[in-house]
Write a protein that binds this ligand. Sequence first.
Ligand SMILES: Nc1ncnc2c1ncn2[C@@H]1O[C@H](COP(=O)(O)OP(=O)(O)OP(=O)(O)O)[C@@H](O)[C@H]1O
Ligand SMILES: [Mg+2]
Length: 220
Amino acid sequence: MHVVAVVTQKGGSGKSTLSVGLAMAAMQRSERVALIEADAQGTISKWRERRENPYPRVERVADPADIELVISRLQGDGIWLAIIDTAATNNVLATRAIACADLCLIPARPSAADIEAAIPTLIAIRRLDRRFAFVLNQTPTRGARLSEAAASLSSLGVLALPFIGQRNDHQDALGAGLGVTEFAPEGKASEEILALWGWISERLIVESNDHGQAALKTAC
Ligand SMILES: Nc1ncnc2c1ncn2[C@@H]1O[C@H](COP(=O)(O)OP(=O)(O)OP(=O)(O)O)[C@@H](O)[C@H]1O
Ligand SMILES: [Mg+2]
């Protein structure tokens, strides 16, 4: 099973939106996808309540010690991808999520404030020797600020592609209990999320070939 943690202490950068969007994009291949909500704010559970389709499975975790148990249970139940949505703080729960992840995604809007706020998260990820990629989210369609932000993030580490634009479909999909790929399958937001999932899934496959699943799990 692949585990992806979406982490940054900066609030509102798109952790929950990307977690949902990517889980639903991955579900186009298989329903054996789960979301782990490690944020008391409950954005994912509230989204799940608005949803009629029983998939993806959503697990809530409040105690850091429970993350490993939940991951083992999901693995035992045949889940092949778990995406952990974390809170906007570097708490013990977020740190455990990072430790358990095969890949950490750090969303950032193209602003100095978001990029600066990602640094403590990046330090925690490096300390735990986890793989990571930045995701530029809520980007304008054009502008110098975007290329400056992309250059800053690229200097700090890997930047995932494509960037995810600022699009109403993301907000409307979340409100309707849907992923953006279900809400507006032909839209630009859906196209970007599917392409981002393609980028991420390639990294996950390369990583499991490099290290083997057993080695990955011992880190958690
Ligand atoms: N690409 C996007 N386009 C448009 N709106 C977006 C996009 N990404 C996120 N949003 C909106 O930005 C707001 C914050 O997003 P979200 O709740 O996913 O951030 P978060 O990092 O999970 O926040 P928190 O730190 O509070 O958990 C929401 O209203 C969401 O709908
Ligand atoms: Mg959130």
